[in-house]
Design a protein around this ligand. Structure first.
Ligand SMILES: [Zn+2]
Length: 294
């Protein structure tokens, strides 16, 4: 597996520094460890989490247990998705778990194709998976339907809970006969609490506007890292995202997403940083294609 580490940008270096309190890479872990006795065997590598931003709400997550999770893969149509993945969807790797938050194209993206390539189940909102299978876009055996506050344990040590997102969901597919695009109701959008083998919890919020039960979700599930949309127009903008984080969610760390890919989502990282001023929540900005090691 080839992972691109692009820490040449100064803000990325700052992000790594700011993450140090909660996440360490192997080098740091080994540096911090007490000196090993001379006769000791080679140090055991600390399990790590690798997370790559595919642009928009897409993430490729290698878990500490070595499982590959892909969320909302908008790759071939995604303007900021890594070029090597665009050229060959199989190069994303052998996907163990595929999660889709709702049916909008910048989230469903290439998920049905990836499910078929990998013979991996697509986990998504029940009423999105149903039309996907009924309309022939996804083989029924590759769809898993679940819904808000429902949890699944698709892999050993990994638990995914569907949680509320304040958003809509519409599936657009070409008519099988005329090839003209047709829209289909696709249930409600969701977010995901992804608990990894080591207990680390990521809240991928999906697309969402501000809603008061973000406080409940944070209190109940206690996410360590939040992936939050800041682009505005279709979701929270920078100010509302900052309000939710500072007032209700209060995670250890946050990665802003769902901006910089679509002119209709004008929120910027600079606006988000300004709105988060005074908070001690670690902001971890990523560039599209970048991989961070936690
Ligand atoms: Zn959407």
């Amino acid at each position: 597996m080839k992972i691109a580490h692009r820490f040449k940008h100064s803000f990325a270096a700052v992000a790594m520094t700011s993450m140090a309190a909660l996440c360490v890479n192997n080098t740091q872990a080994q540096t911090a460890a007490p000196a090993a006795p001379a006769a000791a065997t080679a140090p055991v590598a600390k399990p790590k989490l690798e997370m790559q931003w595919l642009g928009q709400a897409g993430f490729r997550i290698m878990t500490p247990g070595g499982k590959l999770i892909v969320v909302d893969p908008w790759i071939t149509g995604g303007p900021k998705a890594p070029a090597n993945y665009k050229a060959d969807l199989a190069s994303v790797g052998k996907i163990d778990l595929l999660l889709v938050s709702h049916a909008h194209q910048d989230h469903l993206g290439d998920a049905t194709e990836l499910a078929k390539i990998n013979q991996t189940k697509l986990y998504g909102p029940a009423d999105m998976v149903t039309p996907l299978t009924l309309l022939g876009a996804l083989p029924p055996e590759l769809g898993h339907r679940f819904n808000k506050t429902g949890a699944v344990k698709p892999l050993p040590g990994i638990k995914v809970t569907a949680v509320q997102a304040e958003h809509s969901s519409l599936l657009v597919l070409p008519n099988a006969t005329t090839n003209k695009p047709e829209s289909h109701a696709a249930g409600e959008a969701i977010g995901f609490i992804i608990e990894l083998e080591n207990g680390y919890k990521i809240w991928h919020m999906g697309d969402t506007g501000l809603f008061g039960d973000m406080k409940f979700i944070a209190e109940h599930y206690k996410p360590d890292l939040v992936l939050i949309p800041i682009g505005g127009n279709f979701t929270m903008g920078p100010e509302d995202a900052a309000y939710a984080l500072k007032t209700w969610i209060k995670p250890k760390a946050v990665v802003p997403m769902h901006y910089n890919s679509n002119p209709m989502t004008p929120g910027t990282l600079a606006e988000f940083n300004a709105a988060m001023k005074g908070s001690n929540i670690k902001i971890i900005p990523m560039t599209e294609g970048q991989t961070l090691v936690f």
